[in-house]
Design a protein around this ligand. Structure first.
Ligand SMILES: Cc1ncc(COP(=O)(O)OP(=O)(O)O)c(N)n1
Ligand SMILES: Cc1ncsc1CCOP(=O)(O)O
Ligand SMILES: [Mg+2]
Length: 213
């Protein structure tokens, strides 16, 4: 049984978004992980200050706090770990920076990349885009639940499906074997983030139990 939470909120720091408000609604509904994902235009100082605030909310809720890309911000703030992808530090280098105990996520869209990331020290994999997304540009085509399931079958670590995730799609992804789903727009763009968070929590509560691994 994996201990990593099964609902991940990835922050949306685009202008006009209520980052901390959305984090609060997610944590109140039972999201177990918040990934701080500052836009490139966000300075390191701003990213650090946001991470410190998100981390405090996570600690109060018993949730895990991760930082996307910026390992130095994760370390400086005392976050639980970080996430890297193809344009970031290689997984093995990120593991050296973070040390042996931190949570380290790596992006993988196929079984070969997934196995290599695990061998290099990833403790979970972010897999997608599962569905088309409007939040990140330049991505390859969506891989769908079947593509997520192919990675699940290739590795022992938790697979976190990302990209276009809504509550209805989360159900499909859990059924395909994803341990968790990561959500940006369906939370940050929701007219009622508390209701959106409750929708994800209800889907998780109805998900079939994970097979012992
Ligand atoms: C859980 C999760 N999965 C994938 C990603 C994407 O990371 P990356 O490919 O490095 O892209 P950016 O998020 O850095 O734009 C993620 N952040 N989280
Ligand atoms: C960072 C990232 N990597 C793959 S899809 C994605 C963004 C997902 O955002 P959304 O949940 O709004 O589709
Ligand atoms: Mg990245």
């Amino acid at each position: 049984m994996h201990t990593l939470g099964r609902l991940h909120l990835v922050t949306d720091t685009r202008p006009g978004r209520d980052v901390l408000g959305v984090v609060g609604h997610a944590l109140a509904a039972g999201f177990g992980v918040v990934q701080v994902r500052p836009e490139d235009a966000v300075t390191d100082r701003e990213a650090y200050e946001l991470t410190v605030r998100v981390l405090a909310l996570c600690r109060a809720a018993g949730a895990t706090c991760l930082v996307n890309d910026r390992l130095h911000v994760a370390l400086a703030a005392g976050a639980d770990g970080a996430h890297v992808g193809a344009d970031d530090l290689p997984v093995a280098a990120a593991r050296r920076v973070l040390g042996p105990h931190a949570i380290l996520g790596a992006t993988a869209r196929d079984p070969v990349t997934a196995r290599r990331a695990v061998a290099d020290g990833a403790t979970y994999l972010g897999v997608g885009p599962a569905y088309a997304t409007t939040t990140k540009t330049g991505l390859p085509d969506a891989i769908g639940p079947a593509g997520v399931g192919a990675v699940v079958s290739a590795v022992e670590v938790p697979v976190v499906a990302i990209g276009g995730v809504t509550p209805a799609r989360a159900a499909e992804l859990f059924a395909a074997g994803a341990h968790a789903v990561a959500v940006v727009g369906a939370m940050s763009g929701a007219p009622d983030p508390a209701a959106a968070a409750a929708g994800f929590a209800a889907v998780l509560a109805a998900a079939p139990p994970e097979p012992a691994r």
